[in-house]
Design a protein around this ligand. Structure first.
Ligand SMILES: [Zn+2]
Length: 381
């Protein structure tokens, strides 16, 4: 596939110019997008557990400082300075590009690595310094995974929720002890375990719960894992790579502003980072769970699809799927956001810049292959 810098540049500029059409940025602008999708999404409201359409999420511990405007009391930061402009350490507990800072040619910092959840600090400690907080489910659901074996997440629990008809997963990591088992039904605010510091690189002083709210990327994860990783996977479907975490704090804040907000609206309204075309012809497993990512694409027979055009956030969460007209032999970057283009190049190492265009990095090919994996296996890209 020849690189087409001119075409890419045009697409890039078009992306920048059409951002309001393609991905509404503000909650207030969302209805325009909702109208376009209302036909296929008509069952959204009725399928929500809350009934009225929006989500009603609980925080996972009794720490409510996030919603009280005291982030420094909510987040458990990292123990190193993040950068000279942000000396306060709590920022490292946020979702997004908050880890592994590197200098850029312009003298400011960019961040290579994504923190896919948020880290909530304890509200109390016992005489030994252990966190006393109970970790609770953010919504009603079913426990689908409990890990007590080796993982950088330490002991963690995954709960499956049904939001707008789709399975969405909340993950609670670094627990001292899980109190639930796979198959347990939990209510909103139901007890899951005790906060701790299990997992990689934590000590008692950094006890916290790491919360993710995530899409499941592929039910055929084991096929991809065998081919691309090749070690033993103790976590099954609920290995971190197979869960694409959305920004949790922004979801709570968006729901505080607009209680009618649905999860599909939230995801589709996230800011676009880059767009990649994937070879068509085979189903995209993701669409079977989240048809609201692209109602037209979900309704198109996969064997008639030339290419799947997938928009991602800068952190790598898929937020929209369309059908593209031209086939591609391998994942092809169709455009990147102005933010990435103009200097903050972080794409979680998924893409790299080559001249005026972007191409998937090795890590990007691997990630896009996970999206494209079917029951037949993972594509070799
Ligand atoms: Zn974390």
């Amino acid at each position: 596939m020849p690189v087409r810098p001119a075409a890419l540049l045009v697409l890039l500029l078009a992306l920048a110019a059409c951002q309001s059409d393609r991905a509404p940025r503000e909650a207030a602008d969302r209805p325009a997008h909702r109208t376009a999708l209302s036909g296929a999404g008509a069952d959204e409201a009725g399928a929500d557990a809350g009934g009225a359409g929006g989500l009603d999420l609980a925080l996972p511990t009794s720490n409510r400082a996030l919603l009280d405007g005291r982030p420094e009391d909510f987040y458990m930061g990292v123990s190193v300075t993040i950068d000279s402009l942000r000396p306060a350490k709590w920022e490292g507990g946020q979702y997004g590009f908050v880890r592994d800072p590197v200098p850029t040619v312009f003298g400011f910092k960019t961040f290579r690595r994504v923190h896919e959840g948020l880290d909530i600090r304890p509200t109390g400690r016992d005489a030994e310094g252990n966190a006393v907080d109970t970790v609770r489910a953010i919504d009603a659901g079913r426990v689908v995974h409990v890990n007590t074996a080796g993982s950088s997440y330490g002991n963690y629990v995954v709960v499956e929720h049904t939001w707008s008809g789709s399975p969405v997963y909340s993950l609670y990591a670094h627990l001292a002890e899980p109190y639930v088992a796979v198959g347990d039904a939990v209510g909103r605010g139901g007890t899951l375990g005790k906060m701790g510091f299990t997992g990689r690189g934590l000590g008692r002083s950094r006890s916290h719960v790491h919360l993710e709210i995530a899409l499941l990327l592929n039910r055929h994860f084991d096929r991809w894992f065998d081919q691309y990783i090749g070690t033993t996977n103790l976590q099954g479907l609920f290995f971190g790579t197979n869960l694409a975490g959305v920004p949790p704090a922004e979801l709570y804040e968006a729901l505080a502003r607009d209680p009618d907000l649905t999860f599909p609206e939230y995801v589709r309204g996230l800011e676009e980072g880059y767009v990649v075309d994937l070879p068509g012809g085979a189903p995209l497993d993701l669409l079977s769970r989240y048809p609201w990512l692209g109602p037209d694409a979900a309704a198109t027979p996969p064997d008639s699809v030339a290419a799947w055009r997938v928009a991602f956030t800068q952190e790598g969460v898929p937020i929209r799927v369309e059908v593209a007209d031209e086939s591609v032999p391998r994942p092809t970057v169709e455009g990147v956001s102005l933010r990435i283009w103009l200097g903050d190049r972080s794409t979680n190492r998924m893409l790299y810049r080559r001249g005026v265009s972007y191409e998937p990095a090795r890590r990007g090919y691997s990630y896009f292959a996970l999206l494209a994996t079917t029951a037949e296996g993972a594509p070799a890209w």
